[in-house]
Design a protein around this ligand. Structure first.
Ligand SMILES: *Cc1c(COP(=O)(O)O)cnc(C)c1O
Length: 419
């Protein structure tokens, strides 16, 4: 149904109901003023033009009110994080009670493991994907060590089969079937950062829960990309950053999800600070700690408003567009990208991301034969921004918020030329 011509790509852009969104972002440009072909929204999303105004408003209110801004600012800072909750909950398919924006991703994973990784002498192992993001791997290794376990013995890797790149759910099932009595936690990337594979989160939760293992999902590459329906999936917890598909700026804050079944459990072990203490009595100061219900009960500190203002600017765009429309465009855009790459007659590259749109988000991971890094370098020299991930993959993410069908067409034309 697709056609490999510029005319056709431009026609798709004309028919695209979300095409107007591109103009609401700052698109980096080359020295001649042409837009870069930016395919790294999976690493750092582009800046919405309205972000500056959202941050400026908080700077102005800080100038005007000082500490009184906590109550007097146009968006009072005291409850500011609550302004983000509803839109964020929609993006990940959760109830507002289950979601909060706070800290950064790896920090949230640790705070969640304080509560949901409760090893005993015999049930203490953690399962991750063999291609887990390094920070997640280091985080679980350090949790094992912290609890006095050996990281070799305590870490179980869910690996692709010999000669394959993608994970098979049956293999996770087998691991948990055979070793479930020793496993305390599954911590899995919902969308794998390397291959772009979108795993069946609900099935992972069922597999883990059948053997009384806790199940946590890292959605760094899922939030704003796919619709994970976290509540219905039944996973115990999840966390994600907001600077990738959620366009909220470098190092911005992260999201945290705790399933409703745990949100009122005051007996869960957890770390405390004044921000997870009961809002009503927080400023009485001398009260004994009384934890808040909901995901807010994992907060520790009063949050950075300037960073939250940037998140709010982005979430307001998601709220307006809706994940459904974004996802529909995304499937078409990535489908077109895949079609064009598959038209290239070459044995030097291969897409390793699943071809089923239900098993991927927008990213395609292109494996380069003999791990030849020069192809990525040449793309960059031509203002086509992708990223190289060791050992041999170029990751490209056409993002439905701001990438066009023409972007994808031009990228693949250049790729063909370089090959
Ligand atoms: C991007 C990413 C991180 C980064 O963690 P920070 O704490 O935000 O630095 C961690 N895990 C995964 C899976 C990621 O994709």
């Amino acid at each position: 149904m697709y056609k490999p011509t510029l005319d056709y790509a431009q026609q798709l852009d004309k028919e695209d109901k979300l095409a107007h969104l591109r103009a609401q972002f700052h698109i980096p440009k080359d020295k001649d003023g042409n837009d870069w072909l930016y395919f790294t929204g999976n690493s750092l999303g582009l800046q919405p033009k309205q972000t500056q105004q959202y941050i400026q408003q908080e700077l102005d209110d800080w100038a005007k009110y000082g500490v009184e801004g906590h109550f007097e600012a146009r968006n009072p800072w005291m409850p500011y994080h609550e302004f983000l909750t509803n839109s964020m909950a929609k993006i990940v398919g959760a109830k507002p009670l289950e979601v909060v924006v706070m800290n950064t991703l790896t920090t949230n994973l640790h705070l969640l493991m304080v509560s949901f990784y409760q090893p005993t002498k015999t049930k203490y192992k953690i399962v991750i994907e063999s291609d887990a993001f390094p920070s997640d791997r280091y985080a679980v290794q350090s949790q094992l060590k912290f609890h006095g376990f050996d990281t070799e013995d305590g870490l179980i890797e869910w690996k692709p089969r010999e000669g394959e790149e993608l994970l098979r759910i049956e293999d996770l099932e087998k691991i948990v079937d055979e070793q479930g009595d020793e496993i305390a936690l599954l911590l899995i990337g919902g969308v794998n950062y390397y291959t772009g594979q979108y795993l069946d989160i609900k099935r992972i939760a069922e597999i883990g829960h059948a053997k009384n293992c806790m199940v946590g999902i890292d959605l760094a590459h899922g939030a704003g990309n796919i619709s994970p329906e976290l509540h219905d999936s039944g996973v115990d917890f999840a966390a994600w950053c907001t600077y990738k598909y959620l366009n909220s700026g470098p190092g911005s804050l992260a999201g945290l999800f705790v399933h409703e079944k745990h949100t009122h459990n005051k007996d869960l072990p957890r770390f405390a600070g004044w921000w997870n203490h009961n809002k009503e009595t927080r400023f009485n100061m001398r009260q004994p700690f009384d934890v808040m219900p909901g995901a807010e009960g994992w907060q520790l500190s009063n949050p950075p408003i300037l960073s939250m203002a940037a998140i709010r600017a982005s979430l307001d765009m998601f709220e307006e567009v809706g994940m459904e429309a974004l996802r529909a465009k995304s499937e078409k855009l990535t489908g077109y990208f895949e079609y064009l790459i598959n038209q290239i007659d070459t044995a030097s590259i291969k897409i390793i991301t699943p071809s089923n749109p239900k098993e991927r988000g927008c990213q395609l991971s292109i494996q380069v034969k003999n791990a030849d890094k020069s192809l990525h370098k040449k793309l960059t020299e031509n203002n086509i921004i992708t990223d190289w991930r060791e050992p041999d993959v170029i990751r490209c993410a056409p993002v439905p918020m701001y990438n066009s069908f023409e972007d994808v067409f031009r990228m693949v034309e250049k790729l063909k030329e370089l090959l």
